[in-house]
Design a protein around this ligand. Sequence first.
Ligand code: F6P
Length: 486
Amino acid sequence: MVPELSVNAQDGAVPDSLVVVSNREPYSHERDDDGEIRVQSAAGGLTSALDPVMQSRGGTWVAWGSGDADMAVAEEGMIEVPPSAPTYDLKRVPLSDAAVQGYYYGYANQVLWPLCHEDTGRMWAEPAYWDQYRAVNEQFAEAVDTVADAGQPVWFQDYHLALAPRAVRERRPDATLLQFWHIPWPAPSVFRHCPHSDVLLDGLLACDVIGFHTAAYAEQFLHCVDRAFPAATIDTDSGTVVRGGDRTQVVANPLGIDVEAVRDRARTADVASIRDTVLGGSRSDPSIRLALGVERLDYSKGIPERIEALAHLWERRPDLRGAFTYVQKASRTREGIAAYRRYRADVVDAIERVNDRFGTVDWQPIVYTEANLDNETLAGLYRAADVAVVTPHRDGMNLVAHEYPAACVDGDGSLVLSELAGAATHLDGTLTVNPHDINAIADAIERALELGEAETSDRLTRLKHSVEALDSSQWVARQFSAGQSL
Ligand code: F6P
């Protein structure tokens, strides 16, 4: 069993200065309709875990310069960030349109994303995608080579950058290289669908440390290495791989959230007005119970099954019509890919059908919003919800499952969670479901609405403890202590 890193890592393990490499940048510059340039900070787990560390330790963050004014405000791609009080450098890698199409919309999101989410029917391995993926990984490696000082560790993030570690290792044989794979790692029988599986593994094995959210993903990775490279020496108990001149430590290092920040935002949120705004004044009768789903419109998220489950529930429990509303907060994503555009259309159609079937003059069963909610509003919405429903087919971790209990500062709230999300491995107190089991999802939502006060509070207490144990403040230190503590 691959070891899960101890929760309390040594802060001393974090280097004084480092290089982080990711597809998305922590700050982007965009031109608005008036031609004014505005800074946007990225939301999401990766940035909220790494930006504070970069701010306190310093170094360089290398990322795709995706903002339309990014290069105009940078000097040879370099800019100091955060823009309001700079503490570290951001090196923006400019990508051509062809590179974005082939590397981002192509290989990363039409080959690796469906592969790792074990949805191989959606894979489309156009040869040009692979060419662009390789070329962009080289481009990132070159950028790293221009900014990294000798001795500065380089930490690659996620599936966009599987080949860059090998490309940097060739330029810098003695560098300390790390990777964190934020999405699931598939079973060997699935991974072999990838026409470039061995090259991808070779790229990653140039790292000294590779982290995954769960021990199961780490083990599947080791099994894939074993199958691809029979001559490699693999110790699954300690998580080490020795192959040629490379020695790689593979670890489970779950990423959580900044618990206190979410809790603070929830505490100060004006819950009644947020509820009013999201539900629309006339529908916001405070006695109506609320369930909530928050996700990108990604086909891995299991939204259609959830909508079907809700229809089953309102069908068999007419007393819940008018008494319980489901809010779906959705964000448009990766719309350069047809499968994502179709998914959004399917979700919107399914919601309309349910609303036509069960809705009344005074009550709308499902409220759907694509509004760009700020973190404060989102925390208020979590707090307003009696139940959060997180039912992905597959998910590396899922941080909504962490944020919801942290925001339940009134001591009530239940979480219906897919057993196939990484979070299910780590969170205690959930109502766990198979995300394809429509009856089970309906049952779990019904149960969540009817749990007594004592059980709700007991489950929420357990949930909060598990979320606190994975607070993001320790994640970076754990990754860096990997080589030392195992
Ligand atoms: O979960 C993987 C991930 O890359 C996250 O890091 C990120 O928040 C999300 O997917 C969004 O993806 P994209 O960068 O394609 O918009």
